[in-house]
Design a protein around this ligand. Structure first.
Ligand code: ATP
Ligand code: MG
Length: 418
């Protein structure tokens, strides 16, 4: 067996030399044990190896396992590929704690450490699970443009880019394009970046984040879309609990099992619940961060870590959500995970005339959306979908305090390098 990786610790215990290697194969390090009398030649090579070296080894899992930190190996072959040209700027052994700012600067290096590595292994697992779910359930993966002429949600959070002679924007969501594709595919999904010039610097917003987006046609109502989302989230969470035990253990988090259906709360019910708790909530506005968190506490007590809020009021939503007849409410829902919104979605307005009316009602100009509106003229089926935030989901699965911990290279108000 050949394993490659980086040295994160070196220790001499009496005559025994121990070298810990962080490799791609597992979250736990490989613990290489060298004894001068057993492998004199290798021992002499290993003696000169230190933290930060990149190496490969061939060997066998040792019969006797004494290390609590990783799996012990006896080595038969050792090849050094690179050594640091200067001391490492951060401690990859985990002995010295690292401040968040430094962590974010050196994440690519700190990912040699089991706890940091675990986050990114689980992140990859979330994406892998999502793809598996979609492939098993008849969705096709699509890719939509990231340079766009119109924003999905209006101007406030758009990043401008110079596009030759004209102005364009970075895509804040694949919303309009994924809907257009329901004119030719029944079920589509995209795993995509969102670019948003969020005004506030918070622990749950990034300026470049990733979403798992879905749009599905031929639905009989918003419930069909909610079913897809709850099945997907339960599948991902349970997949991580099943396949990433070492990672969860390295991070000291308990694994969670989710069963469907998730609890559904009407927006109006949520208003009543929160008012009875003394919060000032309006019937025609989105929930505040505080209200979301309070509801999370109430739902956690009732053993509902994940729950839907459905039927948001029209003044709080984007134009493309379907409205209930003669009502201020829409078929928009949120999915919240212990007090944090992780997804938004709903049934869309697929009737051309009503959609044009809705765009006007939001004070937008239908002409700016003509490329999108055209897709509704030639047999657009009833449809709906959602956007599920990858970092928000990961935050909740791994109990991370700050969304920045869920990405390698953070884009926020103050970070554009590395
Ligand atoms: P919020 O109200 O929390 O700012 P939003 O309602 O504006 O989020 P949506 O447009 O509904 O966000 O996007 C779908 C999902 O994408 C969200 O539920 C969230 O999980 C994720 N998301 C959106 N914006 C961000 C962001 N700036 N940083 C990280 N994740 C985001
Ligand atoms: Mg939302």
């Amino acid at each position: 067996m050949r394993v490659c990786g980086w040295v994160i610790r070196r220790a001499q215990v009496g005559r025994v030399l121990i070298i810990e290697v962080s490799s791609s194969s597992s979250v736990k390090p490989c613990v290489l044990v060298f004894k001068p009398e057993r492998e004199p030649d290798l021992y002499n090579v290993a003696r000169n190896i230190d933290v930060g070296f990149a190496l490969c080894f061939e060997g066998r899992v040792a019969e006797e396992q004494k290390s609590k930190r990783g799996v012990e190996y006896t080595v038969e072959k050792l090849e050094v590929y690179a050594k640091p040209t200067e001391p490492l700027p951060v401690d990859t052994s985990g002995k010295t704690p690292v401040l968040l700012d430094t962590r974010l600067k050196y994440r690519w290096l700190l990912a040699r450490k089991p706890e940091e590595r675990a986050i990114f292994r689980v992140r990859a697992g979330v994406i892998k699970a999502a793809r598996e779910y979609f492939e098993e359930n008849g969705f096709i993966e699509v890719h939509t443009p990231k340079i766009v002429a119109a924003g999905a949600e209006g101007g406030a959070t758009l990043f401008k880019v110079q596009y030759f002679e004209s102005e364009a924007y970075l895509s804040q969501s694949p919303q309009l394009y994924k809907q257009m594709l329901v004119a030719s595919f029944e079920k589509v999904y995209e795993i995509t970046p969102y670019f948003r010039a969020e005004k506030f610097n918070t622990t749950r917003h990034l300026n470049e984040s990733w979403g798992i987006d879905v749009e599905q046609g031929f639905i009989s109502g918003v419930e069909d879309v909610m079913k897809t989302l709850e099945e997907l989230v339960a599948f991902i969470v349970n997949y991580v609990s099943r396949n990433y035990r070492d990672e969860l253990e390295a991070l000291g988090v308990e694994s969670l099992r989710l069963t469907t259906p998730f609890k559904r709360l009407k927006f109006t019910e949520v208003v009543d619940i929160l008012r009875s708790e003394g919060l000032d909530v309006r019937e025609d506005e989105d929930l505040s961060d505080l209200a979301e968190r309070k509801l999370g506490e109430i739902m956690a007590e009732k053993k509902h870590p994940v729950y839907f809020i459905v039927g948001f009021p029209w003044p709080s939503t984007a134009f493309y959500y379907m409205r209930e007849e003669n009502s201020i409410y829409t078929r928009k829902f949120d999915l919240d995970f212990m007090g944090l919104e992780i997804a938004s979605g709903g049934q869309r307005e697929h009737r051309y005339e009503k959609l044009v009316e809705a765009i006007r009602d939001k004070g937008l100009n239908p002409e700016n959306y003509s490329f999108y509106l055209e897709a509704f003229k030639y047999g657009m089926p009833p449809h709906g979908g959602f956007g599920l935030g990858v970092e928000r989901l990961l935050m909740k699965i791994l109990n991370l305090e700050n969304i920045r911990e869920a990405v390698f290279f953070v884009r926020d108000r103050t970070r554009i390098v590395p």
